[in-house]
Write a protein that binds this ligand. Structure first.
Ligand SMILES: Cc1cc2nc3c(=O)[nH]c(=O)nc-3n(C[C@H](O)[C@H](O)[C@H](O)COP(=O)(O)O)c2cc1C
Length: 368
C-alpha cells in the first residue's frame, strides 16, 4: 500500500507538522505500507492560472510546466494521500493551498449531484480514494480548525475520496521545544500508533484518537508559557539589535537640515529602498571642522537608520570636514571632484561610495 504525504509547512523537516507526520508514517511503514513525503516548500509549483485549459483543450493536463505534473502522477498511483499542513489564518498554509488548487486537472469539469451536494467527480478512476488530514496550530482551542476541516470535507467530495483520519493538534508550537520532547513522547507514540492502525484497520481506533485529541496542558498554563516565550524572543531580538547599534538613534529632522547632524539624520528620508535591494551596509561619517562628530547610517532589510556614534565595523568610512559635506549635499560642490581634490577621503568599500547617489536620491543629500 502506498502512502503519499504532502507537508505544506514552509519549515519543512523542522516543522511541527513533520513532528506529527513522521511518526505517523513510521507507524504506517511498520504496518507494511510504503511511504513518501513531499515537502512542498522544496518544489516549484506556480499558482493556478484559472484558465481551465486542463478541463477543456488539454483534459487532465495543466499548461504550466513545473513540478506539479509529477505530483499529479504520484497522486494517481497512491492508495492514501496525507495532507499535512500548519494552520495558517484558520485554513491550510499558502503552500498547501497553492498545491491543492493545482490538483484540479484531476477533476472532471461536469457538475454532478452526489448525495446532498453537487460536485466534480475525479477524472481518473485510479486516483487515491482515501485521504488523511494532519494539522497543528498555535492557538490552544480545537475549534480553530473548524474552517479547515469543513474545507477538507468539500475538497474530499470533489476528489471522491474519504477522509479516513483527521489529526488536529492545537498548542502545536510546544512540539518544537527541546525540553518538552520527553514530556510529549506519549503524543508522538500515539501518532505512530495511528499510522499503524490506519494501515492495519483502515481507521484510527477511538482509543488512539482520544489520546491524540488530549490537550497538552491546561489552556491557561499554555497561554502563560507561550506569552512568556514570545517575550523572551522579543527581548533576545532587542538585545541583538542593541548590540549592533552602538550609536544613539537620530530622530528625523522636521525642517530642511541646516547642520551636518540634521543632514545625516535626514538621510533615511532620502533613502531609496528599491535601489538598495538586499544591501546590508554601514556608512560611518568621521566629521571634522566646524561641526566635528561621529555618525553612521545603517542599511539593512530595505531600511535605513541614522545614528550618532561610532560603529565597530563599518563598510565605508567618509572622513570629511562638515562644511565640505554640507556644500556637496547642497549641490554647491561636485562630490567626486571634491574627493579627487582631497577635500574629503574614504576608507573601505569604494563601490558603496559609487552607489551613494543612487541610495540617497532625494535632493539635499545627493553627491553631485
Ligand atoms: C502566517 C501564519 C498564520 C497563522 N495562522 C494561525 C491561525 O489562524 N490559527 C492558529 O492557531 N495558529 C496560526 N499560526 C500558527 C501556526 O499554526 C503554528 O505556528 C504552527 O505550529 C506552525 O506549524 P509548522 O511548524 O508545522 O509550520 C499561524 C502562523 C503563521 C506563520
Amino acid at each position: 500500500m502506498k502512502v503519499l504525504a504532502f507537508n505544506g509547512s514552509p519549515r519543512g523537516t523542522h516543522s511541527n507538522t513533520d513532528r506529527i507526520l513522521q511518526p505517523f508514517l513510521k507507524g504506517a511503514r511498520d504496518a507494511g505500507a510504503e511511504t513518501e513525503t513531499i515537502y512542498l516548500k522544496d518544489l516549484n509549483i506556480r499558482p493556478c492560472l484559472g484558465c481551465f485549459t486542463c478541463w477543456t483543450r488539454t483534459p487532465g493536463i495543466c499548461t504550466q510546466k513545473d513540478d506539479m505534473s509529477l505530483l499529479l502522477e504520484k497522486m494517481r498511483h497512491a492508495d492514501i494521500v496525507v495532507y499535512a499542513t500548519p494552520l495558517y489564518v484558520f485554513t491550510v498554509s499558502g503552500l498547501m493551498k497553492n498545491f491543492m488548487d493545482r490538483t484540479i486537472p484531476l477533476a472532471d469539469p461536469h457538475i454532478i449531484k452526489q448525495g446532498e451536494h453537487y460536485v466534480h467527480l475525479p477524472r481518473y478512476k485510479d486516483a487515491a480514494r482515501r485521504s488523511v488530514l494532519i494539522s497543528n496550530c498555535g492557538f490552544p482551542e480545537r475549534d480553530n480548525f473548524s474552517a479547515l476541516v469543513d474545507m477538507f470535507h468539500h475538497f474530499m467530495n470533489n476528489h471522491d475520496s474519504n477522509l479516513v483520519a483527521i489529526i488536529l493538534r492545537p498548542m502545536g508550537e510546544l512540539m518544537r521545544q527541546p525540553d518538552l520532547q520527553s514530556f510529549l513522547s506519549w503524543y508522538f507514540q500515539a501518532a505512530y500508533q495511528a499510522g499503524q492502525e490506519l494501515i492495519k484497520l483502515g481507521h484510527i481506533t477511538r482509543e488512539t484518537q482520544a489520546i491524540l485529541d488530549r490537550d497538552f496542558m491546561p489552556i491557561e498554563t499554555y497561554v502563560t508559557m507561550a506569552n512568556a516565550w514570545w517575550d523572551s524572543q522579543i527581548a533576545v531580538s532587542n538585545a541583538e539589535q542593541e548590540e549592533i547599534e552602538t550609536g544613539r538613534p537620530l530622530p528625523h529632522p522636521t525642517s530642511m537640515p541646516t547642520t551636518l547632524q540634521e543632514l545625516i539624520a535626514g538621510m533615511p528620508l532620502a533613502f531609496n529602498a528599491q535601489s538598495a535591494g538586499d544591501l546590508q551596509a554601514v556608512i560611518q561619517f568621521d566629521v571634522s571642522g566646524r561641526e566635528p562628530g561621529q555618525y553612521y547610517i545603517h542599511i539593512a532589510n530595505g531600511k535605513c537608520s541614522a545614528f550618532e556614534g561610532k560603529h565597530p565595523d563599518p563598510n565605508l568610512i567618509i572622513h570629511t570636514p562638515s562644511d565640505i559635506w554640507l556644500a556637496i549635499s547642497r549641490g554647491e560642490m561636485d562630490g567626486m571632484q571634491a574627493m579627487m581634490d582631497g577635500k574629503y577621503s574614504i576608507d573601505g568599500d569604494l563601490n558603496l561610495m559609487i552607489r551613494f547617489n543612487e541610495l540617497f536620491s532625494v535632493a539635499g543629500t545627493d553627491i553631485k
